[in-house]
Design a protein around this ligand. Structure first.
Ligand code: GDP
Ligand code: MG
Length: 339
């Protein structure tokens, strides 16, 4: 595969080239990994297009697919203004949709696989929808998604939506890839805070309480005010202007509140850009992923020869009481230094 040619086509907004490139970054084959790394690096050099990366998290059933369809149609529809981006708003924004789905390996499906739910958006020429690859562990998924985001950005998309199901670590992955992290919730029955973990709340830039329509509207408004209160109790973050993070109600089904949510996303983004927080966040994320990859590399080295053999040999000596755990660990780490 000619990587330079592929990069040129991606920058020229060739969708088939983009799709091929994403397949490349999703591949686990060593030669593909090397090509993918080369491609992403080449695009870093050759393209300075910036998208707004929006992470969207929520448990199954809250309406993520419905929201992405409605929100995506609104953005691509040419009605929404967009400040500070290279696209003229009247033509409609170009929107890419990606997914991080750590459960897909087990369930055999993928969260964007239910394309029927996004049949309008998937036919929209300004939209690009990519289901999550159905494989492997979160570390691999994180890198592939990160690289896929970089490819979409280089391909000139204005908005990259990254969807995830609210399970375990996937929110952290998505939050560390996104400029804006958005939590989608459904109206709660009682006054309980739906068991949203504090750590997830702390990552959120906006909480959207969906399904604020019909019989659910009153409950949605109550849930929204509960979360507004809860957000105010969190520690103030430097990257938030007055009024953020905020909770608001929307109806993805009735396409209600979406324009307001988009306005807020933009004004937050504009403020962060002006204050330097936008670039600072991306810089911190780059460092975070560097750190993660080194750690994962070290862990992977322990599972490979020669360290794997060393581990079991010295482990057996530890078990027999021939050497203390600390000294044994020191020996292994010394080998790592030499490697
Ligand atoms: N009343 C109402 N139902 C909605 C809304 N958004 C989604 N739903 C419904 O909630 C269910 C789950 O939606 P879906 O988008 O598949 O959720 P996901 O699992 O988070 O992707 C579907 O039956 C949707 O029609 C909304 O704004 N209002
Ligand atoms: Mg869905």
């Amino acid at each position: 595969m000619d990587i330079t040619d592929l990069a040129t086509k991606i920058i020229a907004q060739d969708r088939r080239a983009l799709a091929r490139a994403i397949t490349l970054v999703e591949s686990g084959r060593a030669d593909h990994r090397a090509q993918a790394a080369e491609l992403v690096d080449l695009l870093r050099e050759r393209s300075d297009h910036r998208a707004i990366r929006i992470g969207l998290s929520g448990t199954p059933g809250v309406g993520k697919s419905t929201f992405i369809e409605s929100f995506g149609m609104m953005l691509t529809g040419g009605k929404m203004a967009m400040q500070d981006l290279q696209t003229s708003a009247k033509d409609g924004l170009r929107v890419a949709v990606l997914a991080v789905d750590p459960s897909s390996a087990r369930s055999g499906g993928s969260i964007l696989g239910d394309k029927t739910r996004m049949d309008r958006l998937s036919r929209e020429p300004r939209a690009f929808i990519r289901p999550s690859p159905s494989q492997s562990h979160l570390g691999g998924v994180a890198r592939r998604t990160r690289e896929a985001v970089a490819l979409c950005e280089a391909a000139g998309f204005d908005v990259v939506l990254i969807e995830t199901v609210g399970v375990g670590q996937s929110e952290t992955v998505v939050a560390e890839i996104s400029d804006l992290f958005i939590l989608l919730l459904a109206p709660a029955g009682g006054d309980e805070l739906q068991g949203v973990k504090r750590g997830i709340m702390e990552m959120a830039d906006m909480i959207l309480v969906n399904k604020a329509d019909g019989d659910l509207k009153a409950a949605a408004m109550r849930t929204c005010s509960d979360y507004s209160g809860a957000l105010r109790l969190l520690r103030k973050r430097a990257q938030d202007p007055e009024g953020f993070p905020k909770a608001m109600t929307v109806s993805a089904l009735q396409e209600d509140g979406l324009a307001g949510a988009w306005e807020d996303m933009q004004s937050l983004t504009e403020w962060r850009k002006a204050q330097g927080h936008f670039d600072a966040r991306r810089a911190a994320q780059a460092e975070y992923w560097f750190d993660q990859e080194v750690r994962q590399g070290l862990l992977a080295a322990l599972e490979r020869e020669p360290l794997k053999g060393t581990m079991s040999l010295i482990g057996a000596r530890v078990a027999k009481g021939e050497i203390t755990p600390s000294l044994a660990a020191k020996e292994v780490l010394a080998q790592l230094h030499k490697a």
